[in-house]
Design a protein around this ligand. Sequence first.
Ligand SMILES: Cc1cc2nc3c(=O)[nH]c(=O)nc-3n(C[C@H](O)[C@H](O)[C@H](O)COP(=O)(O)OP(=O)(O)OC[C@H]3O[C@@H](n4cnc5c(N)ncnc54)[C@H](O)[C@@H]3O)c2cc1C
Ligand code: SF4
Length: 436
Amino acid sequence: MDQSSAFKTEAALAEHLPPLSAQQAFVESNRCLFCYDAPCTRACPTHIDVPAFIKKISTGNLHGSARTIFESNLLGATCSRVCPVQELCEGACVLGADHKPIAIGRLQRFAMDYAYAKGPNYFAAGAPTGMSVAVVGAGPAGISCAGTLARLGYQVCVFDKRSLGGGLSTYGIISLREPIEIALAEIEMVKNLGVVFKTGVEAGHDVSFDELKAKFQAVFISAGLGSTPTLGIPCEELIEDGLTFVEQSKLDAAGMKIGKNVIVIGAGNTAIDCATIAKRLGAESVTILYRRTRNEMTAYPHEYEFALAEGIQFRFLTQPVSVLAKALECVSMRLEPGSSAKRPLASPIPGSNFTLPADQIIKAIGQQKPALAALLKLKTTSGFIDVDADYETSAAGFFAGGDCIRSQGSCSTVMAVQDGKMAAKAIHGKLSGRAV
Ligand SMILES: Cc1cc2nc3c(=O)[nH]c(=O)nc-3n(C[C@H](O)[C@H](O)[C@H](O)COP(=O)(O)OP(=O)(O)OC[C@H]3O[C@@H](n4cnc5c(N)ncnc54)[C@H](O)[C@@H]3O)c2cc1C
Ligand code: SF4
């Protein structure tokens, strides 16, 4: 690929929202009403004191603003970019009803960009407790737990099977929302608190859980979910995996081969991410197939609108049947009346088969349940690890958080960050006999 094509690829996937200028941040922060018992703070799963950090921006105290964010959320830089703010803080902003809600996410990013440009040395490791904790998985839940424990004086070792830490922030969230460097910078911040990262080490394979249990006073499992499940249709091996497709776009977008007619199977945010990448990297037509209707899609409404604006098409009530040469055979579906209103049963309409042209097919139909649950014989609900109010699993000394415990509601980075933070406090409570 020549230099100008590589530049075009990079530009196509560059961060979607530009940073606010100092002037824009000043004006926006001064629109805030600094509400008492602010609904935006209540709507944030990590309960960042939103009016306080915005007030500090308005008075030019960016250091203090960043500190307020970090106090509640060590991954404030990632969350300012990837949080579905429309559903959370901005959705709850009192100015949303009659005016425009405050651009909380972009203001948070403004403060975080300042902090990282200066070097985010906001906290020191706590006075040593002499105890150590193992964290399995260096995604948002693991990093949040590790950083919080280090501040409480624990020696923490984070194991991750991949070569880079960051979990899905590094490998899964498209660069339009979060470039890899942001996730890696957060890892460096936690390393500065003394946390040790052992990457390329798979717990249960390269190091046993018995070894971890013997060496550490507690183990926090934040291993996320598994790979994409199978559809079970003929010639499925010709279908590309959506998670791998997104990962390639982050690690080697210039080396990707994009088809002319691309079909993405799925109805969630990952399906929209895959379709967006394909469209931005040159596909002529990109169609998302879903066997139910728009109403049952799990993608956020703002993501659906974004996809439409990108020129992505949707074919609802359509199910893939078989992969053919440069085409996908499908069947039309109908929703069964009387079945669940939230996820009604969809069944094929006999004789309604048809083909769609496709020279690239990608499946983005969710992730498999956490494999470690079976390995450790942990209690589960629908395949997700069960934890008690202290994030402890059915095996004493093993705690868990993040996507691997999310049996209800949608998985998100900010929920994983909150789990990691709260689990760290619960682990400290158990090990020290003192509540935080
Ligand atoms: C394509 C995609 C896009 C997304 N976009 C968004 C978004 O825009 N906004 C948002 O809020 N959320 C988004 N999410 C969801 C969000 O990324 C997750 O909720 C979040 O990353 C969960 O964090 P986690 O720490 O629980 O797990 P993960 O981020 O999955 O991290 C788990 C880590 O554990 C490691 N691991 C697994 N097993 C082992 C083992 N045995 N030993 C050692 N290490 C192990 C893995 O390598 C991985 O690094 C997206 C998810 C996907 C798939
Ligand atoms: S709800 Fe809106 S106006 Fe009120 S403090 Fe939060 S961001 Fe400011």
